[in-house]
Design a protein around this ligand. Structure first.
Ligand code: PLP
Length: 400
């Protein structure tokens, strides 16, 4: 049996391959310190786990669930958006719980993309935007984010891409455009500004673009969380993904959120309701509990990340990398020194010689080729150990 054409150009997810490679190295007796993936290592709040446990004990909580999500969770999501982002959402019609926001990206692509629909993705950016859009048959074009432009989009460049895609032979109809945007940005850690969000909404209105704003990092190492939906009139052109994976240490639970106007939510439900049969009710009720957590919760987890980040800065200094200290999210993004050809060379060297894994920035697009990304999801002792190994085992090559 042949694999489907739609998988052409889509390989296995980078981390799925890499984790196998690391497992093989570990089986050979090594103990790799994995500073790659952004899966929080701390547990959710005890009340969240207690809710899951108590609800799961009840005999009547185990059936298929409503495709729109339980009303308790939808109300908790609407409350959460109001409290933290000052965005008013109708709990009945404008929110949709997702089984993870990664899955949500696929649902959105399947809902809006026809063969040849223009999809704009950030370079560097989260690799799933490209693979999901490719699988759905899109004309995927990347827009570049550059350090000298604070990793913000260059609107002139994007306008050119959009105009080019609109100039079709006579009689052909433009198939529209979906644009993925993500601030705080992964992998660069760049924070958004309200001006940037306003500019994006204005641009989307001018060109009739649907923006999907992916917002899983707004509580991690930020002063205050921001939502693109807070911009006046944003719901006309923006849908927003959110997630409990990072902000509530619930990555394995698979709880995501889609917010937007009723029409968009109904459109995505048309696809999604044919794909899954709802989320386990005790998980939904526990997620609702998590969304009630206050500032103390975020302060507590961020204090840990601040300490770890200091250690990561130390590690990056050892590798002679340069970086901005004002980064949000679960990683530190840093430029590699010139004595390496690219980030893959540096990442391989550290893995092979010191048994420490750091993600090469090139996996996020070629604009990341000269950068590496270090995760904050390992305890300080583990980062210290990585520092020691790098001190002991790595000597940096001469500048080429
Ligand atoms: C930018 C970005 N979007 C989405 C996701 C997916 O998160 P979730 O666990 O909600 O699927 C990740 C996870 O690493 C991410 O970095």
């Amino acid at each position: 049996m042949e694999t489907a054409k739609r998988l052409e150009g889509v390989g296995e997810y980078y981390f799925s391959q890499k984790l196998r490679e690391i497992e093989a190295i570990n089986k050979a007796g090594k103990n790799v310190i994995n500073l790659g993936i952004g899966s929080p290592d701390m547990p959710p709040h005890p009340d969240v786990i207690k809710t899951l446990y108590e609800e799961a004990l009840k005999p009547n909580q185990h059936g298929y669930q409503n495709y729109k999500g339980n009303i308790v969770l939808r109300k908790a999501i609407a409350q959460w958006y109001k409290k933290w982002y000052h965005v008013i959402l109708n709990a009945d019609t404008e929110v949709l719980p997702l089984i993870g926001s990664k899955e949500g990206i696929m649902h959105i692509c399947m809902t809006y993309i026809n063969e040849g629909t223009l999809v704009l993705i950030p370079n560097p950016g989260y690799p799933t935007y490209k693979s999901a859009a490719t699988i759905a048959g899109a004309n995927v074009q990347s827009y570049s984010l550059k350090e000298e432009n604070n990793w913000f989009p260059d609107f002139e460049e994007i306008e050119q891409i959009v105009n080019k895609s609109k100039s079709l032979p006579f009689g052909e109809v433009w198939r529209g455009c979906l644009m993925f945007v993500n601030y705080p940005h992964m992998p660069t850690g760049q924070l958004p500004t309200l001006d940037l969000f306003v500019e994006l909404v204005t641009f989307a209105k001018k060109h009739n673009i649907l923006i999907c704003h992916d917002n899983p990092y707004s509580f991690i190492l930020t002063e205050k969380p921001m939502s693109m939906l807070a911009v006046d009139g944003a719901k006309d052109v923006v849908i927003e993904l959110n997630s409990l994976s990072k902000s509530h240490n619930m990555a394995g639970w698979r709880v995501g959120i889609l917010s937007g106007n009723k029409e968009r939510i109904d459109e995505v439900i048309r696809f999604k309701s044919n794909m899954d049969s709802g989320m386990f009710l005790p998980i939904q009720l526990a997620a609702a509990k998590a969304l009630e957590l206050g500032q103390d919760w975020f302060d507590e987890i961020n204090q840990v990340y601040v300490k770890r980040r200091k250690k990561v800065f130390e590690l990056l200094h050892l590798l002679e990398c340069s970086f901005n200290k004002m980064q949000a999210g679960l990683f530190v993004w840093a430029k590699i020194p010139e004595n390496f050809m690219d980030s893959y060379e540096l990442s391989d060297k550290i893995l092979n010689e010191a048994n420490v894994f750091i993600t090469p920035g090139g996996i996020f697009g070629d604009a990341g080729d000269n950068y590496i990304r270090v995760s904050l999801c390992s305890p300080e002792e583990r980062i210290n150990e990585a520092i020691q190994r790098i001190k002991d085992d790595i000597s940096l090559p001469e500048v080429k």
